[in-house]
Design a protein around this ligand. Sequence first.
Ligand code: MG
Length: 399
Amino acid sequence: MPGSRSSGGACILHADLDSFYASVEQRDAPHLRGKPVLVGGGVVLAASYEAKAHGVRTPMNIRQARELCPNAIVVGPRMDAYSEASKRVFEVFEDTTPLVEGLSIDEAFLDVGGLGRIAGSPHTIATTLRTRVLAEVGLPITVGVARTKFLAKVASGVAKPDGLLVVDPHKELDFLRPLPVGKLWGVGTKTEEKLNSVGLQTVGEIADLPLDTLVGLVGVAAGRKLHSLAHNQDPRPVETRKRRSSIGSQRALGRRKKTWSELDAILRDIVDRVTHRMRQADRVGRTVVVRFRFDDFSRATRSHTLPMATADTERILHAADTLLSDMRPTIKQSGITMIGLSVTNLSDARAVQLALPFADGTALDTALDGVRDKFGSASIGRATNVGRDTGTSVPMLPD
Ligand SMILES: [Mg+2]
């Protein structure tokens, strides 16, 4: 189907790096190329396609993986290298279209509708994207192109590794029906096994079952979802949001010298605003960046990366406070005229909250946001800000 001419309306790309961690290892260590590589410690976090060919899957016990693939080379994970690679790949995504919705460290949806006259058809754009990611970051990436996010995601799964597949909008059911049911987004191994055990293999066979029968087999929730997906109805709204690379705010401080407690209060206010906006956008972030401008117009930037992504006001404030404290000697010497804060390394809060439901104070912050949204931001001031002029803040452009 690549090269399909009648792809009008198919303008959602699902771009997904192949065996991401393992590919980064193979890129950085030539002797690993073409070899079965496992990344992990006790559990396989990623396996190269050479290892997958032996039946290795993730997550799988390393011991079990070695039994399947005795020649496998095991390497420990290097998360910093993966974050760096991810950042560079997302720069290519964002250079391709402003409409990028990151799903995880190694995959995103891109809406390329409306770019036709500038950049060519979605097929052309996807081809260029793959070429650029390989040339500029050194990694193979697979792209599925379709009318909906659901189909684009299924298409990239089918096209892997190092592939490109466009689903013609007029042939969506022809594409879906012959696929093994496990290719449907969100169908786990257990559901797949259950269906296979009663002789149901393909999406088409699932589509032809009455809903009641399906519900009897896998339960109400899973049954309804499967029924919709098999009929090419994606219950999730298709809304490609702009994926911001950072959320931030900054404050001009004027020439008058500020006391340390005034600076602390201003920083707290900025953090409040930024984290409020992050929670509104369902984003969490790991890297806290504080920017300073001094009386002599010189500038400084300091950043700290947290162990876990968060939108929690206190956690981000703590990191920002430490960065501010480190700058005290310079501020004392040169005076400060501007302070800015941004949180980068953003990801989708819903995914993180699923994994860590009670990990931080986000629930409290969300409750405060509710009051603020209802009664205006002046209704809630942190104790330190009572009676202070909090000044004006300008939104910081993503950099
Ligand atoms: Mg991937």
